[in-house]
Design a protein around this ligand. Sequence first.
Ligand code: NAD
Length: 480
Amino acid sequence: MIKIANYINGEHLPAQSENYLDNYDPSTGKVYSLIPESDALDVEAAVAAAKKAFPKWSSCGVEERYRIMNRIADLIGENMEELARAESRDSGKAISLSRAVDIPRAESNIRFFATAILHFGSESYHMEGLAVNYVLRQPIGIVGCISPWNLPLYLFTWKIAPALATGNCVIAKPSEMTPMTAYLFSKICVEAGLPPGVLNIVHGLGPKAGQAIVEHPKIKAVSFTGGTNTGKILARTAAPMFKKLSLELGGKNPNIIFADCDFERAVRTTVRSSFANNGQICLCGSRVYIERPIYEKFRDELVKRVKSLKVGNPFEEDTVQGALVSKQHREKVLGYLELAKEEGGSILCGGETVSPDGEYSEGYYLSPAIIEGLPNACRTNQEEIFGPVVTLQPFDTEEEALELANGVQYGLASTIWTQDIQRASRMAEKIEAGIVWINCWLLRDLRTPFGGVKDSGVGREGGMEALRFFTEPKNVCVRY
Ligand code: NAD
């Protein structure tokens, strides 16, 4: 049984309590490793290590930080297959997805911010004949990064890379559901020569280890990705301590499909945008709005293609849908399918547990479900399910589509399918979301701002936004 270790002050250590949590392989339903159950004592040790490391790391110069981070990125690339297999074992996702998306993106995240820091500048303001103001962008000090289970190494690195590049020391906690690749990553950091204490990884439960990070007085900023309710708890703790907070929270994203869309591309992409990673991506569209003239045609084609997606053993090359992340999560999704029926919805396909042969028979599999016949205001259409479930609704006008799309408390991402660029641009302006994809989905340029509005979060990550978040601007005014 693999024992995962914390990474504190450059060393791999058990939790001080010496307690462990079981880590399940969702593809088999069996415990396959143990996670340190850390608490405030471990966070305290991590903060002490970070405090010691900060003066040198924050002043070693961007070239040195670039060199070490770039080496970390190289090592992720060199260990791609091992990391991809570990990610799929830990999260249940199809190996094809871990290979194509999760691990390559983790490598890109580190490399992107390693190089971005070489080009990061600050502004100056000239008061003619009188003075010049320049802005120093200094690291905050010790920062916390807390990430979820759906894109484990991808989101973990997305946070810590800009934090490290800007000269901060980091206390990070991956999700207790998917800690394995963060552990493997900590070994890569040692190999790459990251100085002890610069990055510290504390494993364990959110309300214990996570809460200890959020409430530690020496941790001055917290970047969090996770559920909206957890975000509220974090904000309650961090706001009175005046911590800088970045909250990337839940979504209930609309896909708006007009009759003049490129039908083939729209259907093909909607299969992906609905069900990639079993719908467990915050950017997946879960409400599909289809203009009435093509409603039946689009629905029937979508159902046909979704029925053919292979669900099962994530390590088979042609599997598209692996296992859901946990038994509890599958129960939650099944509960929503029951609710959808009670609310009057018809399940057009899927929504059934799947039991593959042999050692995978106890895994948490669920066939992808498409539902129609539900009003926009019902709970199924309002609450985040975060599983392989989408609903379909017809619409008649652009105004109606906009009203339906904006009629939820969330505002993370959206997609619009139309050949009419004027209409698409009009819609993009009015849609309440941090990201609008027109005739595409999940096309990401790491320089762009990333985040949500309404209950989907506060603040932006990505590109310069992330570098700004992890620095404190100081205005210096020099009088002539
Ligand atoms: P979660 O909120 O349960 O947990 C996220 C992380 O927070 C975990 O590491 C957890 O241990 C920790 N945590 C839990 N309670 C805590 C507390 N009191 N204090 C500090 N840390 C705590 O979320 P999840 O179930 O892991 O992830 C799924 C959610 O994440 C979905 O709602 C999804 O939409 C959202 N998500 C959002 C984005 C985005 O970019 N907006 C990206 C991915 C996932």
